[in-house]
Design a protein. Structure first.
Ligand code: FAD
Length: 497
């Protein structure tokens, strides 16, 4: 089945066609693009070794058999085995696949492993009580747009049908020599292949008072439920962090009747995605919607008694707060892997097949570091989980990276941010257009478009993305002049180079 990625929130849809709108963020059909997850190994094939595509039986002969000796699948379903793919030849040894962490990476890994290895024992371990759910939809759940039942990705019955055991337990250590996962309950689970998909946790800066009651983060369904329990009309909430998650959380709580203030340390909102002028426009728009925003402010202390009562900023400003939500980024849960002696930089280091430094252990999702990148986004968890699950069960899939998403939706405001938007030196020029509700910025270097931002009207997003990705000269794109009549000045600049 084909896969489609929502360019706004990263939700992955399976089906012959893209959906008419995104069930997570509501983005329209044109925001979906085909999602290629993996490619197969390009290694030379092993002469005379064939794998059944249905049951994985390995057949050793010059040609494929007429039918599979194990499952009777037709010989056309056999594929050659690749030379470097030692895991395929060890397939007979893979009976027990343990997947640690039941987020999107873990669930996708379990699903793919089941398809690849119909007879293996697959156990999905999670320290969260609930079945796997759409974590990326928690802010809409907080806003009251979706019910809890709608968050779950699969039903209990589905797991039974797939013969995937969901175990609610916390892993405390890994014994790689014995191939055992130790659980907090004192029990242990043995594995032939272990997939680490234990995700990340929110970073809480060491503010004095950060442990007071009423100071929280938003990572799990339980966090969302706890926030909901405190919600009441007029409750004063301070959200620390003006990134995407912080603004989505602020908007959701505001819609529930809370009086919300956002505090951002940088001088403008969404500092990673927007130049300051666009960040300031966004701030004004949010203020019109009833939020209070302070940028360029640093938190000194979360004040109160047992419970938080307010936030003291270094400027001396004091904000009243019944609830403080911290959204200051995430850190991978790599401690188990580090303790077990796997190679860990910021995340667990994996190769293109999602194998860690131990050939029996793979990793995927927020916890994995692939080619130096910690993605920390939903589609990467999906794609890497898919590759890891397949390879854990003897497959030979490859993950070769993911282009960053360029479309953003913040509280119904459309944004597009692509390429280089924070120039590191004077060789890049920035050209800003428009004002008030519609704004755009183009970043040019050596006569090429290297970055672009659209705010309010994102209709030119596709064209700009193509031009940036092409790496060709601006003069080769006369259609840019239609989008930006002022582009003439850019051409002049290019001509003078
Ligand atoms: C509110 C919110 C909104 C988001 N919105 C978006 C968005 O719009 N677009 C986007 O691309 N991304 C978004 N993200 C990020 C995205 O959700 C994550 O990148 C993704 O969920 C990571 O998936 P994962 O499977 O790697 O890890 P996780 O989802 O973190 O799952 C890991 C699981 O492992 C479990 N675990 C950890 N340690 C242990 C242990 N020792 N024993 C047992 N279990 C353990 C955890 O409890 C957890 O259930 C959002 C995140 C949040 C919190």
């Amino acid at each position: 089945m084909k896969k489609w990625k929502c360019e706004v929130c990263g939700y992955i849809h399976s089906g012959d066609a893209s959906p008419s709108s995104c069930p997570i963020c509501g983005a329209e059909e044109d925001c979906f693009s085909p999602f290629e997850i993996t490619s197969e190994h390009k290694d030379p094939v092993v002469t005379g070794l064939w794998r059944c595509g249905v049951c994985n039986y390995l057949h050793s002969a010059a040609e494929t058999p007429a039918i599979c000796l194990v499952c009777s699948a037709t010989g056309s379903l056999f594929a050659p085995v690749h030379a470097l793919d030692s895991s395929v030849r060890q397939l007979d040894d893979i009976h027990r696949i343990v997947i640690l962490g039941a987020g999107i990476a873990g669930l996708t890994a379990a699903t793919e492993a089941r398809q690849q290895a119909p007879h293996a024992d697959i156990t999905l371990v999670s320290r969260e009580e609930s079945l796997p759910y759409y974590r990326l939809n928690l802010t809409r759940f907080l806003a009251g747009d979706v019910e809890e039942e709608e968050l779950y990705m699969q039903s209990r019955q589905w797991f039974e049908e797939q013969r995937i055991v969901c175990l609610s337990a916390e892993a405390t250590s890994l014994d790689r020599e014995q191939r055992i996962v130790h659980l907090r309950s004192g029990e242990e689970i043995g594995y032939d292949r272990l997939v680490l998909t234990n995700g990340s946790h929110p970073f809480i800066p060491p503010f004095p008072g950060a442990t007071r009651d009423g100071v929280t983060v938003l990572r799990t369904l339980e966090d969302a439920r706890a926030i909901q329990r405190r919600l009441a009309k007029g409750i004063q909430v301070v959200c620390i962090g003006g990134g995407l998650l912080g603004l989505e959380t602020a908007g959701a709580l505001s819609r529930q009747g809370a009086v919300v203030t956002v505090v951002e340390g940088f001088s403008s909102l969404l500092p990673r995605q927007l130049p300051p002028r666009a960040g300031n426009l966004l701030q004004k728009r949010l203020e019109v919607q009833g939020l209070t925003v302070f940028c360029g402010e640093t938190v000194q202390e979360l004040v109160g008694d047992e419970s938080v009562r307010g936030v003291l900023l270094e400027s001396g400003r004091r904000l009243a707060a019944d609830l403080v939500v911290i959204t200051a980024g995430v850190r991978p849960n790599s401690y188990l892997a580090r303790l077990a002696g796997l190679t860990v930089h910021r995340g667990i280091v994996v190769d293109d097949r999602m194998f860690s430094s131990d050939p029996s252990v793979l990793a995927a999702g927020d916890v994995a570091e692939h080619r130096g990148t910690l993605y920390g986004i939903w589609p990467a968890g999906y794609a890497q989980g898919s590759v890891a699950g397949r390879n854990a069960a003897g497959g030979s899939a490859v993950f070769s990276g993911l282009a960053p998403s360029t479309r953003i939706k913040v509280l119904d405001i459309d944004l597009f941010s692509c390429g280089l938007i924070h120039p590191e030196d004077a060789s890049t020029s920035m050209h800003e257009f428009g004002k008030d509700d519609v704004y755009s910025a183009l970043f040019c270097r050596d006569g090429q478009l290297v970055g672009a931002v659209l705010y309010g009207d994102t209709s030119g997003a596709g064209t700009l993305k193509d031009i940036i990705e092409s790496g060709r000269q601006l003069s080769e794109f006369p259609e840019l002049a239609d989008l930006f009549p002022q582009i003439v000045s850019l051409h002049r600049e290019k001509a003078s180079l």
